[in-house]
Design a protein around this ligand. Structure first.
Ligand code: PEP
Ligand code: MG
Length: 308
């Protein structure tokens, strides 16, 4: 029965009583975007642009960037594409932006922080995104990684708008940002929670260290509490708050996230059918009950048990 529901699964994300939760795909290339379109993704929730920059000793030029972004936008014609500006540093080191001798790269100049030192890299990337957006009819939203303060978010939104792009958002990857979610939504149009980094920084546990998996579990109540704060801010302001980290691809967690006020889930395309089926098996009121229950749980095991 459940397997059949998954096999039949297509169309937009909905609870059984019709509450919409957009089901989006994480992509790194035009090829990924084409696969996501075939899997009936409602759009792209995270376009990681690092792929184009990896293993380069020099920054890819404007035209090369326009071509790469256009491929993804074209594959998603008429749909939403949330494109993330360069997330260099820590687990994604880029030779041409190499930060020499940082003792602690995960806590160093990474993500949007690099734009303070190299504003030219962000300006070129935003210009390329704007050009590619004009050449296609995707609904292009732009977001920054590793944002910690409202001032950083406001500065980023101003740069996005100056490039002629209407929709600016930020990722929630740092606990400080989650705690200020409503203030952030005062200066940007949307939030997207990167649970991989948000777990890492909340639990002070390196995401690349497998032996710390228990701390990095997306069912950790402390992580879910930060997600709840973001969902509440989204409800209060009427703005979109998505999840685009690994947590978004867990079918059992999807109703919980919907109940916490999350409006979109972005994952690898192959995870979409099971998440779609899981959402469709619950009403919004059930999702909200599950959300309240997991926030009250003692630990991830109990949270899982309450939902199963
Ligand atoms: C995250 O941190 O959860 C995220 C989606 O971004 P990345 O995995 O690329 O750091
Ligand atoms: Mg991240």
């Amino acid at each position: 029965e459940a397997a059949k529901a998954i096999a039949d699964s297509s169309g937009p994300g909905r609870t059984s009583d019709g509450h919409a939760v957009a089901l989006l795909a994480n992509v790194g290339s035009g090829k990924d975007a084409t696969a996501a379109a075939s899997a009936d993704a409602e759009g792209v929730g995270l376009f990681r642009t690092e792929l184009l920059f990896l293993d380069r000793t020099r920054e890819p030029g404007l035209d090369e960037q326009v071509a790469a972004y256009r491929e993804v936008f074209a594959a998603m014609a008429g749909r939403r594409v949330v494109i993330r500006t360069l997330d260099a540093g820590a687990d994604k080191p880029l030779p041409f932006l190499h930060q020499d001798g940082e003792p602690n790269p995960a806590l160093g100049v990474r993500g949007l922080r690099i734009a303070r030192q190299r504003p030219d890299v962000l300006t070129t990337q935003l210009a390329a995104i704007a050009q590619a957006a004009i050449q296609t009819d995707a609904d292009v939203w732009v977001m920054a990684p590793m944002v910690s303060t409202v001032a950083e978010a406001a500065e980023f939104a101003a740069a996005v708008h100056a490039a002629g792009l209407p929709k600016a958002g930020v990722m929630i990857e740092v606990p400080a940002a989650a705690l200020r979610a409503e203030k952030l939504l005062g200066v940007v149009d949307f939030l997207s929670i990167g649970t991989n980094d948000l777990s890492q920084y909340t639990f002070a546990a390196d995401r690349q260290v497998g032996t710390l998996a228990e701390l990095l579990d997306p069912w950790q109540p402390a992580l879910l509490q930060l997600i709840a704060a973001c969902g509440a801010a989204g409800k209060a302001t009427g703005k979109s708050v998505g999840v685009c980290g690994e947590a978004a691809s867990d079918p059992a967690l999807a109703p919980v996230l919907a109940g916490l006020g999350i409006t979109s889930l972005s994952m690898s395309a192959r995870a979409l059918p099971a998440v779609r089926a899981s959402l469709a098996a619950h009403t919004l009121a059930e999702c909200e009950r599950l959300a309240a229950a997991v926030l009250d749980a003692e630990d991830p095991a109990q949270a899982r048990k309450l939902v199963s």
